[in-house]
Design a protein around this ligand. Structure first.
Ligand code: NAD
Ligand code: 0WE
Length: 262
């Protein structure tokens, strides 16, 4: 029996079949979960539809996470299909492109800071707030995606690092608030992966090759590997795990320096 048999999970954050959320959806489908999906805008609708179909789902709703009424509507829609929700995967981040390069302060604006916090950190709590009535008292789980740039300074990650630090603190405060409702809250801190969100980044190839060299496993992570850990964290096998930031990065985060060349 799959580890998510009988679980109903909402996937937020698919933009293509390379999205981390697509790897998570596939792993969760394989493990027996019933899935629903959101898409950010009409441009992405057909791609998400295709992945939903491959996962045996036709439950789809638009959701731009900056819009409270769209968030509300998602759970109205879900409430009409399902009597409750057992999991939400939040795989969403955004900062203005010009903020993800060069000197942090030179390129920082009040609006860029606000928008990155809104989309990348607040939205996780906003989804939890709206979903709480459907998720309480059924061994449910919330999961988000973060990156090491929250804890260490990574070149060019800049304002996103600050937003991810906020997201990770959100995980802990949400875990403390929702534990009494039997809702767990965790994050996966993934190593770098080539997705749409990464394709806009100059020198991402270089970052991937540095990561491969630094990682104890000497390779980069795949969306399938992230998907497997996501399925575990949203399953009852992880029933005592909450407030946790779990690294799925082939060990990069433990290193103090790159291995010395021979
Ligand atoms: P992706 O581009 O496939 O996914 C990002 C998603 O964010 C897209 O589906 C996009 O539609 C969504 N999004 C952005 N603004 C939105 C808004 N206003 N409303 C609704 N959705 C919005 O890229 P990805 O790499 O799969 O990113 C998913 C998550 O994984 C992000 O939180 C990212 O920070 C995190 N992450 C990525 C990497 C990496 O190297 N790719 C590493 C660690 C963590
Ligand atoms: O969280 C991210 C990236 C999220 C992201 C990506 C973009 C590109 C397009 C947020 N906003 C935007 N805005 C855009 O206009 N990652 C973990 C991937 C990533 O991005 C980096 C990285 C890594 C890793 C940026 C600089 C350095 C490393």
């Amino acid at each position: 029996m799959g580890m998510l048999e009988g679980k109903r999970v909402l996937i937020v954050g698919i933009a293509s079949n390379r999205s981390i959320a697509a790897g998570i959806a596939n792993a969760m489908h394989r493990e027996g979960a019933e899935l629903a999906f959101t898409y950010q805008n009409d441009k992405l609708k057909s791609r998400v539809e295709k992945i939903a179909e491959e996962c045996g789902s036709n439950v789809l709703a638009p959701c731009d996470v900056t819009d409270d009424t769209e968030i509300e509507r998602v759970f109205k829609t879900l409430g009409s299909h399902w009597d409750g929700v057992d999991g939400i995967v939040h795989s969403v981040a955004f900062a203005p492109g010009d903020h993800l390069e060069g000197d942090y302060l030179e390129n920082l604006t009040r609006d860029g800071f606000k928008l990155s916090q809104d989309i990348s950190a607040y939205s996780f709590a906003a989804l939890a707030k709206a979903a709480r009535p459907l998720m309480r008292d059924r061994q449910s789980a919330l999961l988000t995606l973060t990156y090491l740039g929250s804890q260490r300074v990574m070149p060019n990650y800049n304002v996103m690092g600050v937003a991810k630090a906020s997201l990770e603190a959100n995980v802990r405060y949400m875990a403390a608030a929702l534990g009494p409702d039997n809702i767990r809250v965790n994050a996966i801190s993934a190593g770098p992966i080539r997705t749409l969100a990464a394709s806009g980044i100059g020198d991402f190839r270089k970052l991937l090759s540095v990561a491969e060299t630094m990682a104890p496993m000497r390779r980069n992570v795949t969306i399938e590997e992230v998907g497997n850990v996501a399925a575990f964290l949203c399953s009852d096998l992880a029933s005592a795990v909450t407030g946790e930031i779990m690294y799925v990065d082939n060990g990069i985060n433990i290193m103090g320096a790159t291995p010395l060349e021979k």
